[in-house]
Design a protein around this ligand. Structure first.
Ligand SMILES: C[S@@+](CC[C@H](N)C(=O)[O-])C[C@H]1O[C@@H](n2cnc3c(N)ncnc32)[C@H](O)[C@@H]1O
Length: 285
């Protein structure tokens, strides 16, 4: 339904974990620890949760009692998230739609919500969460949607933390003469409507920062590039191959680069790739 398969999300999860900026995550944890929670535990909403990768990396740094709502429009991914989190926890029990987990001394409740964020954003964020978070989502979203998001988060006076927003930078090793034109075409593809209106694509980090500053939020940013090792024997090999194939398919759809050049680009064996991302932390005034 969403175009993001559980297999692809599993392939990228280790690279995502490595890429995320630890300083920004620590700053989030410190900030949340310094504020009295609004209820018994910390309330967190994860937008476009996929299979729950963002929660698996963020929750171990947050407080002892947490309640997460994982939101996605794709029921297959929500089911995969449930399974993955049951496997990830030290202890787990199921309670209808929700699951109760224990992980590294933390008590974590999780509920799953199928919703289209374009339609239901305000309803999903309403309910006074302490934190609204997302991973690898906002380059898919339009400028208007991001501004709407900032308004909705600010009206709840929630903290906001997002990671791995694509910033348009790519470097492939070894280089190919068509790298620059391929990246330009890929970045044009990034701006196609993905269900939120024309996507902000590589401009998304800047749009996020501006949108939250308009609500007097304190915005901190850090770069979080994927550094993918494509050398023989590396555990990233399947990822770099899938990345190169997906990159070439997107470039081909845009039609700016001749197909024989794309085919030649694909013949180069890649030892590595760096893909630029930004993490953003926005704290309420
Ligand atoms: C790149 S994936 C990231 C998944 C996950 N956050 C991660 O980091 O692994 C983008 C996610 O956003 C979800 N998504 C895209 N458009 C959506 C929409 N309109 N409403 C809700 N979820 C959406 C997709 O189903 C997918 O799970």
């Amino acid at each position: 339904m969403s175009g993001f398969s559980p297999d692809w999300l599993a392939l990228r999860e280790p690279a995502d974990v490595r890429a995320r900026d630890p300083g920004l995550l620590a700053a989030l944890a410190t900030h949340l620890a310094s504020r009295a929670s609004r209820r018994d535990g910390m309330e967190v909403v994860d937008l476009g949760c996929g299979t729950g990768a963002n929660m698996r990396t963020t929750a171990p740094l947050l407080g002892p009692v947490q309640s997460w709502t994982l939101v996605d429009h794709d029921p297959v991914l929500l089911e995969a998230a449930r399974e993955a989190l049951l496997g990830w926890a030290d202890e787990a029990s199921e309670n209808g739609q929700s699951i109760a987990l224990k992980k590294e001394g933390r008590v974590i409740g999780v509920r799953f919500r199928q919703a289209d964020l374009m339609q239901d954003l305000e309803a999903v964020i309403g309910g006074r969460p302490d934190l609204v978070t997302a991973s690898a989502l906002f380059d898919l979203c339009s400028v208007d949607f991001i501004r709407r998001l900032a308004r909705a988060v600010a009206s709840e006076r929630a903290s906001f933390y997002t990671v791995l927003t694509y910033d348009g930078e790519q470097a492939w090793n070894p280089a190919h003469p068509a790298d620059a034109s391929m990246t330009a075409a890929f970045n044009a593809h990034q701006q196609i409507d993905k269900g939120f209106g024309s996507s902000a694509g590589p401009a998304a980090p800047e749009v996020l920062a501006l949108a939250f500053r308009e609500h007097a939020y304190n915005v901190l940013e850090a770069s979080s590039p994927w550094r993918i090792d494509g050398r023989a024997g590396s555990s990233d090999q399947a990822l770099i191959n899938a990345l190169a194939d997906g990159f070439a398919a997107a470039v081909s759809e845009i039609g700016q680069v001749p197909s024989d050049i794309i085919a030649d680009w694909l013949t180069v064996r890649r030892n590595g790739s760096v893909v630029g991302h930004t993490d953003t932390l926005a704290l309420p005034p």
